[in-house]
Ligand binder design. Structure first.
Ligand code: FES
Length: 89
């Protein structure tokens, strides 16, 4: 369950944090849930993604850096929706 416009961080089957959001009722967008600074797991904050380690903030759904020290945006992850599941492509 991912509400439209909200973001959640889940753990993939390979133990990597993945951020999921829905831009509308049928579209799920996924990106890395790991900070590009020193790889801390991100947490949702007011619809964006925040890093508790050193304070980086990333935009959702495009993963852009809003506030450093993160040097790079979050890499997108290809996913498809199969029924109620989100599957990495
Ligand atoms: Fe995220 Fe440093 S590890 S800001």
């Amino acid at each position: 369950e991912v509400p439209v416009g909200d973001v959640v961080v889940v753990t993939s089957s390979s133990d990597w944090p993945i951020a999921l959001t829905r831009t509308d009722e049928t579209t799920v967008v996924a990106m890395s849930g790991m900070c590009t600074h020193q790889r801390c797991a991100l947490v949702p904050q007011d619809g964006d993604l925040y890093c508790n380690c050193h304070g980086a903030l990333f935009a959702v759904p495009d993963g852009a850096v809003i506030e450093g020290p993160a040097p790079e945006p979050l890499p997108p992850i290809e996913v498809t929706v199969e029924g109620t599941d989100v599957v990495m492509s």
